[in-house]
Ligand binder design. Sequence first.
Ligand code: CA
Length: 218
Amino acid sequence: MNVLIVEDEDRIAAFVERGLKAEGFTVQRAADGPTGLALASQDEVDLVILDLMLPGLSGEQVLERLRGKRPDVPVIVLTAKDAIEDRVRNLNAGADDYLTKPFSFAELLARVHARLRSREQATSTVLEVGDVELDVRSRTARIDDRDVSLTAREFALLETFLRHPGQVLSQVQLMDRVWGYDFEPGSNVVEVYVGYLRRKLRADVIETVRGAGYRFRD
Ligand code: CA
């Protein structure tokens, strides 16, 4: 799957690119409106992540012109504006979804998967590893046939683990995926949330790998 990121802020573009590449996507980047429009117009681009404040052409102008050429390509808009009118206007102009900055990688990834899924009409929305099941559409978790209620962060953390079963994920990777690029270095928030998941699910589902990070047992 080819994803195009149209974003002039290098820090955010690099953060999104790194995360998507780790998920196996092919990523292209454009740092201004005209380049973004030219690349997005090519058929091999499967999904576009589009910032609104861009040099050359605004995100709204890119979106409007792109819809004239490719009405069906999924577009997720990134916006620093959270006014409801902007959201409605963007959706009317043909955006499929939007994210308000700052956002975490897990939130973005969930939307990317949802957009590609609804395009492909795929049916499975359940991630299952061992005794743990997570329905990413209804946002519910189950273990040993018991329903578990999770907060948004716990859900995002569990989803990240379930997408990488058996793999050691470092504190920094988890921070990056679940808390986004605005986290405080040296924070123990990952440890705290792993503790919450162990309590709600079962202590042995997440293993601590000393000096390396955490692993979800598969
Ligand atoms: Ca921008």
